[in-house]
Design a binder for this molecule. Structure first.
Ligand SMILES: Nc1ncnc2c1ncn2[C@@H]1O[C@H](COP(=O)(O)OP(=O)(O)OP(=O)(O)O)[C@@H](O)[C@H]1O
Ligand SMILES: O=P(O)(O)OC[C@H]1O[C@H](OP(=O)(O)OP(=O)(O)O)[C@H](O)[C@@H]1O
Ligand SMILES: [Mg+2]
Length: 297
């Protein structure tokens, strides 16, 4: 294959991961000119181009060296790795990306008795993830027949083509609609940046390292929240103990109220209503949770 001097990233052409993947790359300073066929997008500022494909093809394109990186669900990446063809094992997850969260689960008809994996012995399990399912069955020492389907897996028990299923679950709505109940989680998944374990030794390797640094910055900011609140000095310990993870908070005096403090804390994730209510009960008031736009340590 001809050596390339531009980095090529594969992502889903049209689906759940398309918009968030593109937004993430834009935030990393990568913008693309949309070509007429929309399958190849030329990078405008940086030497990084996009290939828009079916998500299932992404790991193979990386393994073949057609693309340097790909944005794909962990479920698809691990299924490919589970097929253990040449090059498959050498793919790795460079970064989890925090979107496209779902899980690969076993689900059984609501009325079926299920207590443990061994209850699946002798059953037919429909799935689009035969390698992942077979790996799990082997680890659990369960002897079941795997029925591979490309989609609409949840309907299989009703059609009588399988007894139970193994498919992606997010809200659980599809399972409920098909009178199924989730019994085992095989894999927690989200979109990941996938690539070969060994970085290219030419300039593309340097570009990947630069991209990873930008990505880390973008992800850190995206997940950070600035929490501002007021507390009395006597409640400070109780309030501080409840703060979500992050660096030490900053304390500021409040003008005209010597017993009060303003507390500022950078939190490494969402701050939920419940957490806020708990912190308030511990003595805090005037609480604000702010998104962080940019951060430079
Ligand atoms: N209900 C869901 N909620 C959140 N993420 C999901 C959900 N279902 C799937 N995903 C994640 O999003 C990825 C893409 O899902 P999508 O349904 O767009 O794929 P697809 O139909 O296989 O698309 P393609 O046409 O590219 O093959 C999945 O591989 C999984 O990682
Ligand atoms: O738990 P839920 O929130 O209901 O999501 C789970 C469903 O979402 C995905 O299907 P999708 O909607 O993409 O349909 P498809 O796979 O048939 O294209 C997945 O294959 C499940 O069927
Ligand atoms: Mg697909």
């Amino acid at each position: 294959m001809k050596p390339r001097d531009r980095l090529r990233i594969a992502m889903q052409k049209s689906g759940r991961l398309t918009e968030p993947a593109l937004e993430l790359l834009n935030r990393c300073g990568l913008t693309f000119r949309q070509s007429r066929d929309k399958l190849f997008c030329f990078g405008e500022g940086e030497p990084v181009d996009l290939l828009l494909v079916r998500d299932d093809d992404i790991p193979g394109l990386i393994a073949q060296g057609v693309c340097d990186l790909g944005i794909v669900g962990r479920n698809v990446l691990n299924e490919f790795k589970g097929t253990a063809t040449d090059g498959a094992a050498a793919l790795t997850e460079w970064r989890p990306l925090g979107f496209g969260r779902c899980r690969l689960s076993i689900a059984v008809p609501q009325e079926m008795n299920y207590a443990q994996p061994h209850d699946l012995n002798g059953m037919r399990i429909a799935t689009s993830y035969p390698a992942l399912l077979n790996g799990w069955l082997k680890a659990q020492e369960v002897d079941a027949a795997v029925v591979t389907l490309a989609g609409s897996v949840e309907i299989a028990p009703k059609l009588g083509t399988a007894d139970v299923i193994c498919d992606l679950v997010q809200s659980g709505g599809t399972l409920v609609a098909n009178q199924l109940r989730e019994t085992e989680v095989l894999l927690q998944s989200e979109a990941v940046l996938a690539g070969p374990e060994a970085l290219p030794t030419d300039e593309r390797g340097d570009m990947i390292e630069l991209l990873l640094k930008r990505l880390d910055g973008v992800i850190q900011v995206r997940e950070s929240r600035l929490l501002l609140l007021q507390t009395s000095r006597t409640s400070l310990d109780a309030v501080t103990r409840l703060l979500p993870g992050g660096p030490q908070p900053t304390l500021l005096p409040v003008a005209g109220q010597p017993d009060q403090l303003m507390l500022q804390a950078l939190c490494a994730g969402e701050v939920s209503w419940r957490q806020l209510e708990e912190i308030k009960k511990a003595g805090a008031r005037e609480m604000f949770v702010l998104p962080v736009e940019k951060m430079l340590a």
